[in-house]
Design a protein around this ligand. Structure first.
Ligand SMILES: [Zn+2]
Length: 338
């Protein structure tokens, strides 16, 4: 067995050549033959170490939610669960083949197949969306009605908007990963404040800039939630003034998800022409985000358990993952290229 990697099973999933009993980290398998690519592996490991999601698959709870009469295909969830089950139950001498899972990914999101540089965050969104759709507890979506909650106090409006969302999108995946973002637009002329509530599956944080050295994750959160002035061409129309006014816009978090995915925007907006290599420091435990809550929130403290990393440049790079095993509490590095 491998001296580098204590979990041969889980590292075998990483193996691009699919040779059983070969630990990728030993460097004995260098020939890629179309198994999962590194951004898929990275995300898969992060999800596999997500305790509630892992247990959902291990206990076959997803079966209860798979709704066969209204959905023609439930194969992505089934293959995902099978893969998770194999990863967590097979003996360490067996390699795990993700090929069926990959086939389903191919069917669901063909653009993720191949050896192109892909965005792990984008892949995570697609994968979670695909899984969610197959275990959505809502079988018949209600007709879209336009209801106006603007007369309600913000907190109630947020709750109404959330239950409206759940009327259409309600699954174990939503229970775990989806939160609600509030954006407030305040008119500088009359002071009127209009609010919008949107569900979010992750937060894409801009990287804070300081003169030198490192920044913290809190700096990035503060930059993300910083009040922004909309002026000039960007001036929105004020609901009360009925005219385009200079406004301030600000994000707060109305509802924190159980599992928070934070994405650091290291790639430039203009489609990957450059990458920010600023060191972003973050705590392993007790990331306290209460200052970003719309109202008093008690569930806004997070512990880290998975990181998906991109190394290299925009032209050629590689994804790896660091994950904390939910059973042992130990951290592992997952890397399929060495
Ligand atoms: Zn106004």
């Amino acid at each position: 067995s491998c001296t580098f990697c204590p979990t041969v099973v889980r590292s075998a999933v990483w193996c691009e050549c699919g040779v059983p009993n070969t630990c990728c980290q030993q460097g004995s398998c260098r020939v890629p033959c179309g198994r999962l690519t590194c951004f898929m592996n990275s995300i898969l490991q992060c999800l596999s170490n997500t305790q509630s999601l892992r247990d959902y698959c291990l206990h076959n709870s997803h079966r209860r939610d798979l709704n066969n009469n209204s959905r023609t295909n439930t194969a992505l969830m089934e293959e995902f669960a099978k893969l998770i089950q194999t990863m967590w139950t097979s003996s360490s001498s067996e390699a795990v083949s993700p090929s069926e899972f990959k086939t389903q990914i191919q069917r669901y999101a063909p653009r993720f197949v191949g050896y192109n540089q892909q965005d792990a965050q984008e892949f995570l969104r697609f994968l979670l969306d695909g899984l969610h759709n197959e275990v959505n507890r809502v079988t018949v979506r209600p007709r879209g009605t336009v209801e106006d909650f603007d007369h309600l106090p913000d907190e109630e409006k947020g709750k109404k908007m959330w239950s409206k969302y759940l009327e259409r999108e309600d699954s174990k995946i939503v229970d775990l990963f989806v939160g609600q973002l509030k954006s407030s637009l305040t008119c500088s002329h009359c002071g009127f404040c209009s609010t919008v509530f949107d569900p979010f599956w992750d937060l894409s944080l801009p990287i804070a800039k300081k003169g030198y050295g490192e920044v913290s994750l809190m700096d990035c959160m503060r930059l993300f939630t910083k009040e922004d002035v909309l002026d000039g061409d960007e001036k929105p129309t004020c609901y009360r003034c009925k005219a385009r006014r200079r406004c301030t816009k600000k994000f707060t978090i109305q509802k924190f998800p159980k599992i928070l995915v934070l994405h650091l925007k290291r790639f430039s907006e203009a489609r990957r022409t450059s990458k920010l290599s600023t060191f972003v420091n973050f705590p392993m435990k007790d990331l306290d985000l209460r200052e970003f809550a719309s109202e008093n929130s008690i569930n806004a403290v997070y512990n880290l358990y998975a990181v998906s990393n991109h190394s290299g440049t925009t032209m050629g790079g590689h994804y790896t993952a660091y994950c904390r095993n939910p059973s042992s509490g130990e951290w592992y590095t997952f890397n399929d290229s060495r």
